[in-house]
Design a protein. Structure first.
Length: 135
């Protein structure tokens, strides 16, 4: 059985850099992300698979498996991982839902990506603060 008191700090350390880079990228290059997601949407269900396997799956699996912490501020990281697993599951079983998610790239525009970037940066900061002190 996995002991989250051992694995969760390692998971948080592992995710700091990718969450931060993705977050800052969403903030400073929203047009690039909008174009990427719009193209994925244009591919139909294969675009959903590409998004899932390139951006979401590994983070979701690592968090779902090794970061089941249900107290303190770390619970936000666990919830994020569990929500990603739910999103992946729904997208893979009902690709129309995944396509609807991809279509939001156009409707939300650059601001939607900047907001997502702030959330990703906040998660990276939370990972750092709960791993190295401060929270």
């Amino acid at each position: 059985m996995v002991d989250p008191s051992v694995t969760a700090p390692i998971v948080r350390q592992l995710l700091i850099l990718p969450l931060l880079v993705l977050g800052v990228s969403h903030i400073v290059q929203p047009a690039m992300w909008r174009t990427f997601f719009t193209r994925l949407h244009g591919e139909g269900p294969p675009g959903v698979v590409t998004r899932t396997f390139t951006l979401e799956l590994w983070t979701a699996l690592v968090l779902f498996t090794f970061h089941q912490v249900w107290s303190g501020p770390e619970v936000l990281i666990t919830i994020y991982g569990n929500l990603l697993v739910a999103k992946i599951t729904l997208s893979m079983l009902w690709p129309a839902l995944g396509l609807r998610s991809l279509s939001m790239a156009e409707s939300k525009g650059d601001m939607g990506f900047r907001v997502a970037g702030v959330v990703l940066c906040a998660l990276a900061t939370l990972c750092a603060a709960t791993t190295w002190g401060g929270l």
